[in-house]
Design a protein around this ligand. Structure first.
Ligand SMILES: [Zn+2]
Length: 299
C-alpha cells in the first residue's frame, strides 16, 4: 500500500511507522520506498466550510447528550478487558460480529493508533484487534473498544464474508474514510440507544467524544497534532456520519445512491433500520437529523 502511493515525505506519520518498525524487530529495516520523516511538503488545505457547519451540529448534539446524561442513571463501567467491552457493545452495534482474534501489542495506544486490522491466518475473516496497554479510563476504553472499534471490526468482517482480504481496502485511503464514517455513525446511534437504555455514563462519554471530534479539527478549539496535516481524515469523522445517517433515513435524491456507493447491502440496511427506530423513539435525534439533512443536502 505504501509502496504504491507516491508519498515522498510523511512527517510525523512516517516517524511513527519507523518507530513501530523498530519495535517489531522481526519486520526488519525500514524499506527504501518508505516516505521519509521530513515534514509533509507544500501547503495543507483548510477545513471546508461545510465541515465547520457539521462540526457545530455534531458538537451541539454532543452537548445535548451530555446534559441528558446528567438526568440518567449511572451504570457500572465494564472492566478494562477488551473481550468484555466488545461484548457490551454488541447490543449497540447494528451488525455485530465476534469473529476477530485479539493479539497483545506491547506499544502504547498513541504509537499503535489504529488497533483494528486484517492479518493473514485465522480467523475466517482475518479480523484482528490489538490489545494495547490502556492510557484511558475504563469508561473511555469501553466506548472506544465496545462501540467505535467494534464497529470497525464488524465492517471488516462484513466485507470479508467472501474470504479474507489482507490488508482490507477499508484500512487505507478512501476505504478508511468509509470505515471512519461508519464507526462514527454507529457511535451516534449508540449514544441515542444508550439514552433510551438509561446508561448515563456511556451517554456522557459518547457525547464528550462527539465534542472532541469537532474540537480537534485543524484550526479548531483544541486541534490534535496528528490531524494537522490530514484535513481529509479529520473532516470525515464529522461529515461522514451525517452523510451516512441522512442517507439511512432516505435523505435527498442522492442519498440512497450515496449509501449504496459507500456502504454495502446489509450493513447499510441494519444501520438504517436502527437509526430510523432511534429517531422515532428520541425526538432530539430526529431534530438533529433534520438539521443534518439540510446541511448535507446543501453541499
Ligand atoms: Zn476509527
Amino acid at each position: 500500500m505504501i509502496r504504491a502511493s507516491p508519498v515522498a515525505s510523511g512527517g510525523q506519520h512516517a516517524l511513527r511507522l519507523r518507530r513501530m518498525r523498530q519495535l517489531a524487530g522481526a519486520a526488519g529495516p525500514v524499506p527504501a520506498w518508505y516516505p521519509d520523516a521530513r515534514p509533509v511538503a507544500g501547503p495543507v488545505r483548510a477545513i471546508r466550510p461545510v465541515v465547520w457547519r457539521a462540526a457545530r451540529l455534531v458538537a451541539g448534539f454532543g452537548e445535548l447528550l451530555m446534559a441528558t446524561a446528567a438526568t440518567l442513571p449511572r451504570e457500572k463501567p465494564i472492566p478494562l478487558v477488551s473481550a468484555e467491552q466488545l461484548a457490551w457493545g454488541v447490543r449497540y452495534r447494528p451488525w455485530p460480529t465476534d469473529e476477530h482474534v485479539t493479539v497483545a501489542l506491547p506499544v502504547d495506544r498513541w504509537l499503535a493508533r489504529r488497533t483494528w486490522m486484517c492479518l493473514p491466518g485465522p480467523p475466517r475473516t482475518g479480523t484482528v484487534i490489538a490489545e494495547v496497554p490502556s492510557i484511558a479510563t475504563p469508561l473511555e476504553q469501553q466506548i472506544w473498544r465496545g462501540i467505535h472499534e467494534g464497529a470497525h471490526l464488524d465492517h471488516l468482517a462484513y466485507l470479508a464474508r467472501g474470504g479474507p482480504r489482507v490488508p482490507s481496502p477499508e484500512e487505507f485511503g478512501r476505504g478508511l474514510l468509509v470505515a471512519e464514517s461508519y464507526a462514527m455513525a454507529v457511535e451516534i446511534l449508540a449514544a441515542v440507544e444508550c439514552v433510551l437504555d438509561g446508561q448515563g455514563l456511556a451517554v456522557r462519554q459518547l457525547g464528550a467524544g462527539l465534542i472532541e471530534r469537532a474540537a480537534r479539527l485543524p484550526g479548531g478549539l483544541k486541534p490534535a497534532a496528528e490531524f494537522v496535516d490530514l484535513p481529509t481524515l479529520a473532516e470525515v469523522y464529522l461529515l461522514g456520519p451525517l452523510e451516512l445517517l441522512t442517507a439511512a433515513r432516505g435523505g435527498g435524491p442522492g442519498a440512497a445512491a450515496h449509501r449504496a456507493a459507500v456502504l454495502p447491502g446489509e450493513l447499510a440496511a441494519t444501520l438504517a433500520a436502527r437509526w430510523t427506530q432511534a429517531c422515532a423513539s428520541y425526538p432530539p435525534a430526529a431534530a438533529f437529523m433534520a438539521a443534518a439533512q439540510a446541511l448535507t443536502g446543501a453541499d
